[in-house]
Design a protein around this ligand. Structure first.
Ligand code: THU
Length: 158
């Protein structure tokens, strides 16, 4: 037997102002997208923005439902719409942020497990790393690959 280790890396920014222009723009689009959140049950308004290889930005927000599991996270709403509308474009980056009580949350909103799995497949489709920008009221994290969020993704369906 052999014990193995996985190393991940990410960059922490003290504020969005420190981000590269494209990442800052994507985060701003995610913040704007929180306006489309339908979250009467959690009052947690999530916005996500996806940058595609053709330069298009597709954004979306979480959509809840009285039948709770029927709702969908902001990230998957944005990713599925982006792929459906631009099936031959690749996902380059995704930004996610949340508001509560009309204000950006102090804590970071990391994509949930199901969204990580969907992000991983967007990355496989692209054949290149997808950048993840996670925002909050205080700091911003940038991960260079979905592998850092989901190292052991399910992908052996063949
Ligand atoms: N939510 C997202 O949209 N994205 C995440 O990454 C985490 C959770 C939504 C689902 C639900 O509408 C609300 O936030 C509370 O869980």
């Amino acid at each position: 037997m052999e014990k193995k280790y996985i190393q991940i890396s990410y960059t922490e920014y003290a504020s969005p102002a420190e981000l590269e222009r494209e990442d800052r723009e994507l985060l701003e689009r995610a913040i704007e997208a929180t306006e489309g959140s339908y979250a009467p049950y959690s009052s947690f308004n999530v916005g996500a923005a996806v940058r595609l290889s053709n330069g298009e930005i597709v954004s979306a927000a979480n959509q809840e439902n009285a039948a709770y599991p029927s709702g969908l996270c902001a990230e998957r709403t944005a990713l599925f719409y982006a792929h459906a509308k631009y099936p031959s474009e690749n996902v380059v980056a995704l930004a996610v942020v949340a508001k509560s009580g009309g204000e950006l949350t102090p804590g970071l909103t990391y994509p949930c497990g199901a969204c990580r799995q969907v992000l991983q497949e967007s990355q496989t489709r692209a054949g290149a790393d997808v950048r993840i920008i996670v925002g909050s009221a205080t700091k911003v994290l940038v991960l260079d690959s979905v592998d850092a969020l989901l190292p052991f993704a399910f992908d052996n369906l063949n």
